[in-house]
Design a protein around this ligand. Sequence first.
Ligand code: SF4
Length: 332
Amino acid sequence: MINQIYIENEIKNHPRVHDILKKFKGKPPIYIDKYASIFNRKNQNFRIQKKYPSLILAQKKAGYVLKAPEDFGIGNSYNFYFSHMYNCLYDCEYCFLQGMYSSADYILFVNFEDFEEGIKDKISFLKNEKVTFFSGYDCDSLAFEKISGFVRYFLPIFKKFPNVDIELRTKSIQMDPLISMAPISNCIVAFSLMPTEMAKKIDHKAPSIEKRINMISKLASMGWKIGLRFDPLIYGENWKNLYINLFDNVFKNIDKKVIHSITLGPLRFPKAMFKKIKSMNPRSKLLSDSLTLRGNKISYSNDIELEMQSFCIELLKQYSPETLFFSCKGNF
Ligand code: SF4
């Protein structure tokens, strides 16, 4: 799974680095001064690296907690995100990370303590406000958990601040830390979903929709709050029936009381990023079909986007109150 391990000299004695290295016995690491010397090398091929990614253990130096874009939220007034990792085990065809980074290597920032401080600063500054922290934008929140221990570290911290929310966004079914602890009332486990037939074609390497729904059902029965993220909405042949089946399948398997929020988001790419993503996936039907330039974004036409949004909202209203619906158009 991991080609080579690189470690920044500055954090080579960090206890988290030692713990991670124990999981890769027989793989001698290479020590480097700065992660950028590997991650930002010129002439890298994202697609080839995706097959043999390396793991870079690094120290984040600044920007631990960032403001989420406008039009991005699940009901609270203040929204922040934080990224302990860049890149992802999965390989979704629409993933913006392919356009954002020139490398498919995984960077794991091991100085969780600095992120913790950044989070606590924001909480203390906004102490009487409603705040959501999002994780899982530059990676999947849980897919790398066995190696990173990210959720195991951060959930007990958020548990101490029940007035703020933490969203863990994922396609993973690797839920050990959650299954072995009692639900935390301010944690939302948010699963990205799309119809099975579509996911089989474009959510490469990610767990199947059936497995994700089974895991949602399990967590829901334990009392974890669940977020449903239909983002991006994918257009294609028979899309209406596919979404009817998806919603039916999801809601018959979940106790509706534990649904915290439902997000719908259109398929969208910043113009410059799209060119790069398409050039790396020249045979992608998703990236060739029905997409058009609208302002500085590439997306479906306004008509398709509105039709999909309103069709899905009407369906979802049969299962859940509209107060739980949020639209997401933000791009990081
Ligand atoms: S799960 Fe998310 S971060 Fe990972 S490849 Fe898919 S879209 Fe990208």
